[in-house]
Design a protein around this ligand. Structure first.
Ligand SMILES: Nc1nc2c(ncn2[C@@H]2O[C@H](COP(=O)(O)OP(=O)(O)OP(=O)(O)O)[C@@H](O)[C@H]2O)c(=O)[nH]1
Ligand SMILES: [Mg+2]
Ligand SMILES: [Zn+2]
Length: 330
């Protein structure tokens, strides 16, 4: 048998992770890799012993898949079997970027994974400032928590949100994903990076997805800071329907309403009444405009979020999807 590569396998089930045994390096037979493609964090596999060597014998069906569109328009599976996607952001150092938050929220909804927005490093700002950042999301029904890995705020709530579930932390580099996990999982000892000077950018300290058993039950995954997050293939109409919070509005007069200038649009009405925050609506327009520049008009420059490098550049530090048909590297 020839082996494509090794995968790290954490023994145990989600209800009862085996915390005493660390991850096991199991070989992935090349034929299986050809058939299944990449095995990602969250996948459940069957292991067999062949001689002294643990070998992956099969992949159990996936309950869910979380994908993004990577460089070159290819769909890339990031995590499987997620129950919860924890979007991590910060009020400062690095600055809050609604662009990534909105894309992740939308991608989670589209792929039927529950999102939780965590605003970490709240020790760096006044409590009112943190609350003001989360308020437009809360108003539209997004589940939000404010935390400080530094001071310990909100960690009990976060731990109870994670208990018994398979969750992944995602967000820009430097927002404190690994720091949060170190507080939640006593022996995790994940490396934590310094921020780059005054810009507060992270240094992409975490380079691979890691899955850890939680103290009581459930699994938690750390992931490398996202530089870009391309939405999976979408129609503007789907965005109009799925944009976080818009589903809570009464139906618009036209079922294919894009909430731009149509008559009888309940989203525009809610915007006028202040039920939808203007920044949420601008964010929606921005996503539509990226899909089709002709659709949504340019917004005033001061209201627009500056184009972020992360939305353009692929991340060289992230594992690329291997082509299952590629020659065996070993
Ligand atoms: N003030 C403050 N600093 C924090 C907090 N959480 C993390 N940090 C700091 O932020 C920096 C980055 O933390 P990491 O945990 O490495 O961030 P990360 O999101 O894992 O970053 P990548 O692995 O690069 O994606 C470190 O210097 C941490 O000490 C917090 O709640 N408050
Ligand atoms: Mg990290
Ligand atoms: Zn509408």
């Amino acid at each position: 048998v020839s082996y494509q590569r090794e995968v790290l396998v954490q023994p145990g089930r989600i209800e009862e992770p085996d915390r005493l045994r660390g991850p096991l390096a199991a070989a992935l037979p090349r034929a299986l890799f050809r058939r299944l493609g990449r095995i990602v964090a969250g996948d459940q596999v069957e292991i067999e012993r062949r001689g002294s060597k643990p070998v992956v014998a099969g992949l159990l069906p996936r309950r869910s898949e979380f994908r993004r569109t990577g460089a070159g328009g290819r769909s890339q599976l990031l995590f499987s079997n997620l129950d919860l996607l924890v979007l991590c952001a910060t009020p400062s150092l690095p600055p809050f970027r609604p662009g990534l938050v909105d894309r992740l929220l939308l991608a989670a909804r589209l792929q039927e994974i529950e999102p939780l927005l965590v605003l970490n490093k709240t020790d760096l700002v006044e409590p009112e400032a943190a609350a003001a950042l989360l308020e437009p999301y809360r108003r539209l029904g997004t589940w939000c928590l404010a935390t400080s890995a530094e001071r310990g705020d909100g960690l009990e709530e976060l731990a109870s949100a994670l208990k018994g579930r398979c969750a992944a932390l995602a967000g820009h580099s430097g927002v404190g994903k690994s720091s949060l996990i170190n507080r939640l999982v006593p022996d995790a000892a994940l490396p934590v990076g310094q921020l780059i000077d005054s810009t507060g950018k992270g240094q992409h300290t975490t380079t691979r997805v890691r899955l850890l058993p939680l103290p009581e039950s459930g699994f938690l995954m750390d992931s490398p800071g996202l530089r870009m997050f391309g939405l999976p293939a979408l129609e503007p109409r789907q965005v109009a329907r799925l944009f976080p919070g818009f589903e809570a509005m009464p139906p618009c007069r036209f079922s294919n309403c894009l909430h731009l200038r149509e008559d009888g649009c309940s989203v525009l009405e809610a915007l006028g009444q202040g039920k939808i925050g203007p920044e949420r609506y601008l964010s929606y327009q921005r996503i539509l405009r990226e899909m089709d520049p002709a659709l949504a008009p340019e917004v005033a420059p001061e209201a627009a979020e500056p184009e972020h490098e992360d939305l353009i550049e692929p991340d060289p530090s992230e594992p690329e999807d291997e082509d299952p048909a590629a020659p065996d590297p070993t």
